[in-house]
Write a new protein. Structure first.
Length: 117
């Protein structure tokens, strides 16, 4: 099983980034997918999630209206479009997969997003 995040980097406030998470080794379409982030000295927090069947989405209040999560079951990938980035969005962003029963959970290694002027 692998979850490989990419797309992180350094961006100025107000800028945009698109994170990608490529999945392999499990039946991607059957898993709910999420993006989490962890800033230095803080706990890991949920940013956005998308369900396996209905593709319903959920967002942290701090990113609503700025971030969009999407998935492509044909490509076994989940994405996070991040617009209007703020300094406080700086964190390591992780991709997570969880099956419907919550028994199986997988994490990626993370990708660094730094918002700085």
């Amino acid at each position: 099983v692998q979850l490989v995040e990419s797309g992180g980097g350094l961006v100025q406030p107000g800028g945009s980034l698109r994170l990608s998470c490529a999945a392999s080794g499990f039946t991607f379409r059957r898993y709910d997918m999420s993006w989490y982030r962890q800033a230095p000295g803080k706990e890991r927090e949920l940013v956005a999630s998308i369900s396996s069947v209905s593709h319903s989405t959920n967002y942290a209040d701090s990113v609503k209206g700025r971030f969009t999560i999407s998935r492509d079951n044909g490509e076994n990938a989940v994405y996070l479009q991040m617009n209007s980035l703020k300094l406080e969005d700086t964190a390591v962003y992780y991709c997570k997969a969880r099956n419907s029963g919550g028994v199986m959970t997988y994490w990626g290694q993370g990708t660094q997003v730094t918002v700085s002027s």
